[in-house]
Design a protein around this ligand. Structure first.
Ligand code: DP6
Length: 325
């Protein structure tokens, strides 16, 4: 019997309106809709080879065997692909990130987007963008946003069929750039998957969720009108609301380090002095500083002078998950 293989590449993404908390954690139906930008150049490349001689799926991440936790999540996507294609063959899966390991950039979004496309193509399926987005969501929620191109909205929906992501503007729509200030991590943070389970224990989550549709509308409008001032206001508010929920969960999650707070103050100061900059922060201490293309050098230079900033990664709006032919 022959083996069937395919390779796919997908970008990481940064949420401008965050997803935090699941309505259904098995199906990964989120508690709220979210909006993100794909990060050009920060990619996972995954090769999937179905091989009849294997008696279990095999997974390497950056050439090293994966953990049992990673394997378990990959198996969810692989089993769905096998079911859809009526295949009962196991596969060898090799996944590589081109961004530095330990840089604190979540790789699950790019990884599960690349896996979904590579596995379905290797199995001979031709899934639509929506079907791929739904499949990627089953491995990691935010991965559904790394399937479509550019600026992407994930409609929370209420079941498997209605929860998927779609493009609201192509990558070249606006010359936004994400300058990611990577700061040293002193302890292992709680993973997003664990954090989502705690969201409902915060008394603030209900208020955060009630106002999310309005923030999402404001963010979409700011993006479509290329209004940096409005974008700054709404994404910083959304980020702060998510971190307020994290901090007031039981147990409390505090992802910020002292340098994170220092960067928040710095960004606000630069904006007051006329620079188009704003921040957003995921489940970790790194600060994503968004600016316009013409200001990247200035922003990176200023960021690099802050003690505790170890590295700066720069990403423009990125394209869709694609097959490497
Ligand atoms: C803070 O998508 O990483 O980055 O579904 O458990 O893999 P899992 O969670 P994940 O959560 C992302 C949380 C966030 C906000 C966001 O990207 O919307």
């Amino acid at each position: 019997m022959t083996s069937f293989s395919a390779t796919a590449v997908a970008c990481a993404n940064i949420a401008l309106i965050k997803f935090w908390g699941n309505r259904d954690s098995e199906l990964r139906i989120p508690a709220n809709s979210s909006l993100s930008m794909n990060l050009d150049g920060l990619v996972t490349r995954t090769r999937v080879t179905f091989d009849p001689s294997l008696n279990g799926d095999q997974l390497t991440i950056n050439h090293a065997p994966a953990s049992a936790e990673g394997m378990g999540r990959v198996k969810i996507v692989m089993d769905l692909v096998r079911k859809m294609s009526r295949l009962d063959t196991f596969a060898e899966i090799a996944s590589e990130n081109n961004f530095p390991t330990g840089a604190g950039i979540a790789s699950s979004a790019s990884a599960f987007a690349a896996l979904s496309l590579a596995a379905s193509a290797a199995a001979g399926l031709q899934l639509s963008e929506r079907e791929l987005s739904r499949l990627a969501r089953r491995g990691s929620g935010s991965a559904c946003r790394s399937i479509p191109t550019g600026f992407v909205e994930w409609q929370a929906g209420h079941d498997d069929e209605s929860s998927f992501a779609f493009t609201i503007a192509p990558p070249d729509y606006w010359d936004l750039v994400d300058c990611i200030a990577v700061v040293s991590e002193t302890h292992k943070p709680t993973t997003s998957s664990e954090g989502h389970k705690l969201a409902a224990t915060s008394v603030l989550q209900r208020a955060r969720l009630a106002d999310t549709p309005a923030r999402l509308d404001r963010c979409r409008r700011a993006l479509l009108e290329r209004d940096f001032g409005c974008l700054s206001e709404v994404i910083e508010l959304d980020c702060n609301l998510m971190h307020a929920v994290m901090m007031t969960s039981i147990p409390s999650l505090l992802y910020w380090q002292p340098v994170t707070l220092e960067l928040i103050h710095a960004v606000r100061g630069w904006r007051e002095s006329g620079m188009p900059v704003c921040y957003t922060i995921d489940a970790g201490p790194n600060v994503h500083v968004l600016t316009l293309a013409g200001f990247v050098d200035q922003v990176c230079q200023t960021l690099s002078q802050i003690p505790g900033v170890d590295n700066i990664l720069i990403a423009k709006p990125g394209g869709p998950a694609s097959l490497d032919l």
